[in-house]
Design a protein around this ligand. Structure first.
Ligand SMILES: Cc1cc2nc3c(=O)[nH]c(=O)nc-3n(C[C@H](O)[C@H](O)[C@H](O)COP(=O)(O)OP(=O)(O)OC[C@H]3O[C@@H](n4cnc5c(N)ncnc54)[C@H](O)[C@@H]3O)c2cc1C
Length: 406
């Protein structure tokens, strides 16, 4: 038996699920879309906050896109506006403060716990009539043919599609199966993530701090809670993860200081090893790579999902304009259009991590200078603000909060 679809999306993570929703809401309802994932659909207990641990900073443009896709209503109760950014350096004088009011925007973006985001995306996919979930379904072969793509061709549950969108993550099977190389840089760092309850309210501020054990961000969540992400060298991360709650909380407090008073309760911690992976091809005939499968970024600037959403917005707009005719030509156009934003975002993220981790005296000094001067150098400030707003890279309708007209 063969399952024939117009579009197959492989990978039902944050990117694949957002993509399936954007496709279903923007293209003709007659197109049949398969959303394929090797894992069974996760059951998330929102009260336990135990599934993932990440807090995702959505750029303003990403929030507008979720709004246009009808997703924001379910996310809003769990989202916290980021109205201020505070950047400081442990043991050095000088802090930089950015205030969204100065830029005449409602906020720099919103923080949404990843569990809520996944939960909301899953629920939204489930009501889409033209999206079929094939899950668990592990893709173990792919044939990229001139007139269609075939997945698992030996199986009696083979899938054929006119267009294949690979959102199957950093270790993308599809990328390997199509012999596409990656450029890889291991950062020898891991991110420790979780949440902490603080004595004082965060006043909707995202705190970015350079610490001796690597960059630390405290991001505003509901009430007095903050999500934290602390990027430690791999060995320190192992040590810090092994600490009990009290010892970890004390260490985090001493790195962050007392800007938000004493830390109170701390959640379970999760860790993520960090690397930069860049696929050497984003498009091959009628296959396109998106999200971590196309590029996996350091999370220091919170850009991975935001960049993928910009990719999705452009891809969907292009497909909506041209239907699924001459898919390979459309994909080449897409890749060309997206190249500058993708390259800029990769460079920005990689360099920011370099600067935030520098312990060479000259660099550390220039970082202190950079921080102190940031407010006085409009071009630097503008770069950081634009990246946070997500407006630097694309002008697609969805990112401006406008649904794609059918
Ligand atoms: C600590 C941390 C903090 C972050 N914070 C932010 C932030 O604040 N803002 C932001 O924009 N980004 C952030 N990011 C980046 C963001 O999390 C990623 O960009 C995003 O999760 C990538 O999702 P994805 O769907 O591409 O990949 P994944 O989440 O890895 O999903 C891939 C999916 O493919 C499936 N799959 C794999 N192989 C197969 C196969 N053979 N067959 C079928 N299915 C398969 C997997 O089961 C999985 O569900 C952060 C990342 C980290 C690590």
């Amino acid at each position: 038996m063969s399952n024939q679809y117009d579009i197959a999306v492989v990978g039902g993570g944050l990117v694949g699920s957002s993509l399936a929703i954007a496709l279903a809401r923007s293209l003709s309802a007659s197109y049949q879309i398969a959303l394929i994932d090797s894992q069974p659909l996760a059951e998330i207990n929102l009260n336990a906050h135990q599934h993932d641990g990440r807090s995702i900073a959505l750029a303003l443009s990403s929030k507008k896109m979720f709004d246009a896709l009808g997703l924001w209503e379910s996310l809003q109760p769990y989202a916290t506006a980021i109205k201020n950014i505070h950047i400081s350096d442990q043991g050095r004088f000088g802090a930089t403060r950015l205030d969204s009011k100065r830029y005449e925007v409602e906020s720099f973006g919103y923080l949404v716990p990843a569990d809520y985001l996944i939960h909301s995306l899953n629920n939204s996919v489930d009501v889409l009539k033209n999206v079929t979930r094939l899950q668990p379904y592990e893709v173990s072969s792919v044939d990229n043919l001139p007139d269609h793509v075939a997945l698992n061709k030996q199986s009696n549950n083979a899938v054929k599609a006119n267009l294949l969108i690979a959102a199957d993550g950093a270790n993308s099977f599809i990328r390997k199966a199509l012999n596409i190389d990656i450029e890889e840089k291991q950062y020898q760092q891991s991110a420790i993530v979780g949440s902490v309850e603080c004595e004082q309210h965060h006043n909707n501020t995202a705190f970015e701090r350079f610490t001796q054990e690597g960059p630390l961000a405290l991001l505003p969540k509901q009430e007095n809670h903050c999500g934290f992400i602390w990027m430690n060298p791999t060995d320190s991360a192992k040590v810090n993860l092994a600490l009990d709650d009290q010892a970890f909380k004390d260490k985090l407090q001493s790195a962050f200081g007392f800007r938000l008073g004493h830390f109170k309760n701390i959640s379970k911690r999760f860790s993520y090893p960090l690397a930069l992976l860049v696929s050497q091809q984003r498009v091959q005939q009628r296959v396109v790579f998106i999200g971590n499968a196309a590029q996996t970024l350091h999370p220091i600037a919170g850009q991975g999902l935001n960049l993928a959403l910009r990719d999705i917005a452009e891809l969907v707009e292009l497909l909506a304009e041209n239907n699924l005719n001459e898919v390979d030509t459309q994909l080449l156009q897409y890749a060309e259009k997206r190249q500058p934003d993708i390259e800029k975002t990769i460079r920005f993220t990689d360099r920011l991590n370099f600067l935030f981790n520098a312990d060479y005296p000259v660099l550390a000094q220039s970082r202190g200078l950079g921080l102190a001067m940031l407010g006085a150098i409009p071009i630097l400030e503008e770069r950081i603000v634009k990246q946070n707003l997500g407006e630097a890279g694309s002008n697609a309708s969805l990112l401006r909060g406008k649904a794609v007209n059918l």
